[in-house]
Design a protein around this ligand. Structure first.
Ligand SMILES: [Zn+2]
Length: 564
């Protein structure tokens, strides 16, 4: 549990309005004492995602995702437990000290975040006093609101402005170099990375500055420069504007994805507040995962040139193979979002979005136009084998065959011989299927009615569990209180635990159940005794011990009589 104590976690949980928080991401409807909605963790048509505000837990009967509210928040935002706790704490007015919660092990990470936050202030202050930079932003139609919302700054025309500033603040040079804000070249010269550049801070989903992008306002090469990769900043995992867009993405259940800082800012300016951008790199599976966790639809808007189309094709394929809905908006040749919106306004973009092309149709169209038949078949194979869930290929193959004019049967047969065997998604294994029925019923009873745990202990229930999973879970059930137990369970156990609680209403009267369980366990006890006696009788027969044989036979008789 690290250094955060149980009281703080409970305190945060107590202050969160569970339904309110979940509804930021999932539309919920009241069903009795619970709420139901479409699961944000898997694609589904019928809602099977339930939230119980009294238990403070969620559970999906489709993919078995389950947990408490902190768990939900971390999962949907792609955060680790501590980060999620810090964010939620902040929302309800409980400050968790990042120093204690991150511990010594990750202190490098903490220092980078701290340096970034100090540098962010430095850049913002520098912008206020630099006429030329302000002039540049004005020319690019970036107003004060946008400067504030995106915390835009300026890296002054100086080799050591930030370097000296950080030194004055007491930071070591090696940490500053490690953070990527200060560069050390081969000749051991040390200087500011961002000079004469407009600074676009890159925030993670919890609002911490993890790095910067800088655009030159002189003719210095390169035009754009990023913080170099380090423990905190990874281009392939982060998206520009995701922090500003996160709420709207949840509400609209869709994201607009583009590239370039100013394109993202421009989209926000014109009301497309669910927009974010990749950071001067190709889209990666990590991006796809991050975005798909937040919403089910991606609208790709890329430049209308050849490079833009290529990037769109790749990105669309990645999202489709993950099962995310994709729509592609193509800008007119030679335009980017920035220029298009400034010239034609949002009505024109709305029209383009309305007429956007479905992702797979777009891909097949591009492939059909530009490739030879051999390349087309190769593309089909590669695309189909990249699909994570085999059930999805059944969904895509008819579309591909229709769009490319290949018969579905031939397409399938050409794919079959080297179809990758995809390991079954762990989430689709229902943990309760792994335990035998008797074990399952007893455990469920113990979970739903912990007041009977002592009674079960008295019946020596642990002797009758057939399955190791059941034995381990039982040990935890007797060791921890219902308040503590959630954090002591592994993922499978937690799914089973929460699912049991969600079935509680259906399980009926606890006293009646208790009688049934007692009868069940007593029968088990007798079966065990019968087996032991039979074994003893066999041994007596082998030893030809007539006294013992007589004894065990009579014992067996009385056991069998009792049963009826
Ligand atoms: Zn689900």
């Amino acid at each position: 549990m690290g250094k955060i104590n149980k009281e703080i976690i409970q305190d945060i949980k107590d202050r969160i309005d569970v339904i309110n928080l979940v509804e930021r991401y999932v539309p919920l409807q009241r069903v009795g004492s619970r709420f139901r909605g479409p699961c944000p963790f898997h694609q589904e048509t019928k809602p099977s995602f339930y939230v119980d505000p009294n238990l403070g837990l969620y559970h999906c009967f489709g993919c078995h995702a389950s947990g408490d509210i902190i768990d939900f928040y971390c999962k949907i935002n792609g955060l680790d437990f501590y980060q999620g706790l810090i964010d939620l704490g902040r929302e309800v007015g409980i400050d968790i000290d990042i120093n204690t919660s991150y511990g010594g092990k990750t202190s490098k990470r903490r220092i980078i975040l701290e340096l970034n936050s100090v540098a962010l202030n430095f850049f913002q202050e520098s912008l206020k006093t630099n006429k030329r930079a302000k002039e540049y932003l004005k020319e690019r139609h970036i107003n004060e609101d946008l400067i504030r919302d995106f915390q835009i700054g300026y890296g002054p025309d100086s080799w050591d402005g930030l370097k000296n500033f950080l030194k004055r603040k007491g930071y070591s040079l090696s940490d500053a170099i490690h953070s990527g804000l200060i560069v050390e070249n081969e000749k051991k010269h040390v200087y500011d990375r961002f000079r004469s550049r407009i600074i676009f801070p890159i925030l993670n989903i919890s609002g911490h500055c993890i790095g910067f992008g800088g655009r030159t306002i002189t003719d210095m090469e390169p035009k754009y420069l990023n913080t170099s990769e380090n423990q905190v900043f990874k281009k392939g995992e982060n998206l520009y504007g995701l922090y500003q867009a996160r709420r709207e993405i949840g509400l609209k259940k869709s994201v607009i994805l583009t590239e370039g800082y100013i394109d993202v800012i421009r989209l926000h300016q014109f009301g497309y507040k669910n927009s974010c951008g990749v950071l001067g790199t190709a889209l990666t599976p990590a991006h796809v995962k991050k975005v798909s966790n937040l919403c089910s639809k991606v609208i790709l808007i890329f430049d209308g040139d050849e490079a833009g189309i290529k990037a769109t094709l790749k990105s669309a394929q990645l999202f489709l193979s993950h099962g995310t809905r994709v729509e592609v908006v193509q800008l007119p040749q030679g335009e980017d979002i920035d220029s298009f919106l400034l010239k034609q306004g949002p009505d024109s973009l709305d029209k383009l979005i309305k007429n956007s092309e479905e992702g797979l149709v777009f891909c097949t169209k591009m492939i059909r136009v530009n490739h030879s038949p051999r390349e087309i078949i190769l593309w089909c194979k590669e695309f189909i084998s990249s699909i994570e869930d085999p059930a999805l290929s059944g969904f895509y193959i008819p579309i591909i065959s229709k769009e490319l004019g290949i018969s579905e049967m031939e397409l399938r047969s050409s794919l079959n011989f080297n179809r990758k065997k995809v390991p079954m998604n762990r989430q689709s294994i229902n943990p309760s299927k792994k335990i035998c029925l008797g074990d399952r019923e007893v455990l469920k009873f113990a979970i739903c009615f912990p007041e009977h745990i002592e009674g079960l202990k008295g019946l020596e229930v642990d002797k009758y569990f057939k399955n190791n999973f059941a034995r381990l879970l039982w040990k935890k059930l007797i060791a921890y209180s219902p308040e503590e137990i959630l954090y002591q369970l592994d993922e499978m156990e937690r799914e089973f635990y929460i699912e049991s609680l969600f079935y509680k209403e259906k399980s009926g009267d606890s006293l009646k159940l208790w009688e049934q369980i007692k009868t069940f366990l007593k029968n088990k006890q007798r079966e065990r005794l019968l087996e032991q006696t039979r074994q003893a009788l066999r041994e007596a027969e082998i030893a030809k011990d007539s006294n013992k044989i007589k004894f065990y036979v009579s014992q067996l008789n009385s056991l069998v009589k009792n049963k009826n």
